[in-house]
Design a protein around this ligand. Structure first.
Ligand SMILES: [Zn+2]
Ligand SMILES: [Zn+2]
Length: 162
């Protein structure tokens, strides 16, 4: 996923950028809307500060009752891209530092937010989504959705608990 911004001709007081990423661009199947990325970018010394937000809709499956959940996400982010004269990479705008932290760098007057945004989106896709904290899930024996109904198995289970 590439989201390249040319910062070569950035105005002194920074620039406001708004990008709409098409639904399929990230190839993250949980995303069911276009993603809006909106941020300011400005130069400070040898680096570029990027500050803004990303907004999109996710479709998830409840890990207990298998109901589809749609979730609106909006998150702020702040990144620093460093200018490193003489440093070149082939097709990356990020590399691992010694501390295994990702460092974002400016290449050919371009910053690429793509890898960061992709990671950011993936990071916030829950491993075990829940339609609600109180979701009762499905009966492990007959598959009844215990949020809407009770079955003979759930009754005996409740009785044995008391
Ligand atoms: Zn559920
Ligand atoms: Zn049952």
């Amino acid at each position: 996923m590439d989201v390249r911004i040319n910062v070569g001709s950035l105005p002194q007081n920074g620039s406001k950028v708004e990008i709409r990423l098409k639904k399929g661009d990230s190839s993250i199947r949980e995303i069911i809307s276009d993603a809006l990325v909106s941020f300011d970018v400005y130069k400070s010394g040898n680096s570029y500060d990027v500050e803004g937000f990303i907004e999109y809709d996710l479709s998830l499956i409840c890990s207990r009752c298998l109901k589809e959940i749609t979730q609106h996400e909006k998150r702020n982010f702040r990144l620093e891209f460093k200018e490193e004269p003489g440093y070149t990479v082939d097709d990356k705008s990020a590399r691992e530092t010694d501390e295994a932290e990702v460092e974002y760098i400016v290449e050919n007057n371009c910053i690429n937010l793509g890898p960061f945004l992709r990671d950011e989106i993936l990071l916030y896709i829950p491993l075990k989504p829940l339609c609600s904290e109180e979701c009762m899930g499905l009966c492990s024996i007959c598959g009844a959705n215990l949020n809407n109904t009770t079955c003979e198995h759930s009754k005996t289970k409740q009785e044995s608990l008391t």
